[in-house]
Design a protein around this ligand. Structure first.
Ligand SMILES: [Zn+2]
Length: 498
């Protein structure tokens, strides 16, 4: 595996980026603020062996049998909890801390619900929370995450429509609500959370599975799919700005700014007459052209030597193509052919959707040997054998079952091959930002969505295999409408890049 492909290589390159510098400055600022915010208590004294601490709110806590060490510890305590732990014996403290945590959580949740209400996007009815206009309630875990996102947007003074995490959670839920299987829709978020799956900006999730390589040398597929997705997810840059070259037997990635280099050259050729010494001109407008000598060079075509810069193509080796075009063309490349180990019948290509008929999927939640396309987050050894792991995008609407560590769906999109050494870590890596990965897939998924959804519900009803969720056609219309907003957003973004 070439070093140019690894997550580490991509991460190395961002360490000095402007974003990183700002992030470090912010961290430093936050630490500084915590330090200047002052002592967590008003006054403390040690008289004989009695330690007395007067808190900022005027209350007093004491400890008898205290030592000079206790007193010194008070002096450097950073918060109230630390003070309590100095004066109390450890059992009492841990109970108190647990109790405080529980209370804090409840309080945060109560405050959170009012933050949600305030945002105008939700209806809160007792303990149940709904997106306005959609009658399916939100699972508790998702409510907590949404509260965090809404609170974060509020603290940044940012409209929710611009808050990426908020949008991704909202869209994720919308896709879930379109899944005819109510348990899957309700449990999926918990399952994804417990198993460290990652959600994308358009509400899909990223998973892993193994495949079997059919052709001997898919190096170009590895290079292009890794470069394309890591440029987006790690560098947060557009793949449109990069070109792929082959040099000394290795693929390499070149930013468009580095395709040419400015070179200083010298010349004595007159810039005014281009060295022609003069030109013909029709002076009186009657068609009689006469020769005029160039004033700038006195009709010699030569001037004193001067410097000028020019763009020269840099030799990066053989140009393979533009990164985005190569990525979109991957399904057409012969070396991009994989299959599944179990049936050896699926045609699996990076960049091309893999699916099986919904009707042939078994919709059970327990049995993971059941029919369907299997996926996992990092328990990659469970998900079929094969010589190659691939990263796949999955629409929550198309999940048919979830087990303990892996799930099944009837459709997924393989977006890149994953180096073996990254298979267990890539979805845990905070610098691999999956929010950036899914635009092309989103556009495709939105085509004729309402019709597809209605058909899905109808065909599932006819099977009577399980309880249908309480989703009305007006719900479906509202959900589809909400998801379609992303179409305009993606289009705007794409246009603004041109
Ligand atoms: Zn001249």
């Amino acid at each position: 595996m070439s070093k140019f492909l690894s997550l580490e290589w991509f991460k190395d390159k961002v360490d000095h980026s402007i974003e990183k510098v700002i992030e470090k400055k912010l961290d430093a600022l936050i630490n500084e603020q915590n330090e200047v915010s002052g002592k967590p208590y008003n006054n403390a004294m040690l008289v004989n062996d009695v330690l007395t601490i007067v808190m900022n709110d005027g209350s007093v806590i004491t400890k008898s049998g205290a030592t000079q060490d206790d007193f010194d510890a008070v002096n450097v305590a950073k918060n109230v909890a630390e003070l309590y732990s100095i004066v109390s014996d450890s059992n009492v403290v841990s109970e108190r801390v647990e109790e405080e945590k529980k209370l804090a959580r409840l309080k945060a949740l109560r405050e959170g619900l009012s933050i949600l209400k305030e945002s105008g996007e939700f209806t809160v009815d007792g303990d149940s929370v709904y997106f306005k206009g959609i009658s399916r309630s939100l699972p508790q875990l998702l409510v907590e995450e949404l509260i965090d996102a809404v609170a974060d947007a509020k603290s940044l003074n940012m409209p929710l429509s611009n808050h990426v995490e908020y949008q991704s959670l909202k869209r994720f839920f919308m896709w879930c609500a379109l899944n005819p299987r109510v348990e899957v829709a309700h449990e999926l978020y918990r399952f994804l959370k417990e198993n460290s799956f990652r959600i994308t900006k358009q509400g899909f999730f990223v998973a892993l599975r193994n495949v079997v390589t059919l052709h001997g040398s898919p190096e170009l597929v590895h290079f292009i799919s890794n470069a394309y997705n890591k440029v987006k997810a790690v560098w947060k840059k557009s793949p449109d700005d990069y070109t792929v070259f082959l040099e000394n037997g290795e693929y390499k990635l070149v930013h468009n700014d580095s395709l040419y280099r400015e070179e200083t050259q010298t010349s004595t050729t007159c810039k005014y007459c281009f060295g022609e010494t003069g030109w013909y001109e029709d002076e009186d407008g009657w068609g009689d052209e006469v020769w005029i000598d160039c004033d700038t060079c006195d009709g010699t075509g030569e001037v004193e030597e001067y410097e000028y810069t020019t763009s020269v193509k840099v030799d990066h080796g053989e140009e393979i193509g533009k990164l985005t075009e190569l990525y979109l063309d991957l399904p057409n490349r012969h070396e991009n052919r994989f299959t599944d180990d179990w049936t050896k019948t699926f045609d699996i290509r990076v960049g091309k959707v893999v699916n099986m008929p919904k009707e042939s999927c078994n919709w059970s939640t327990q049995d993971c040997a059941a029919a369907g396309l299997h996926f996992t987050s990092d328990q990659i050894h469970y998900v079929g054998c094969g010589d190659q792991s691939v990263l796949v995008l999955i629409n929550p609407m198309k999940v048919v079952g979830i087990g303990k560590h892996k799930g099944r769906c009837y459709e997924y999109l393989p977006i890149m091959t994953v180096p073996r050494e990254e298979a267990t870590s890539i979805l845990h890596d905070s610098q691999f930002d999956t929010l950036q990965l899914d635009e092309e897939y989103a556009i495709r998924e939105l085509e004729n969505l309402e019709i597809k959804v209605q058909e899905g519900f109808v065909s599932e009803t006819s099977k009577y295999e399980f309880n249908l969720p309480n989703v009305s056609s007006s719900d479906i219309r509202n959900i589809v409408g909400s998801l379609e907003d992303m179409k305009a957003e993606i289009r705007d973004r794409v246009v603004s890049l041109d």
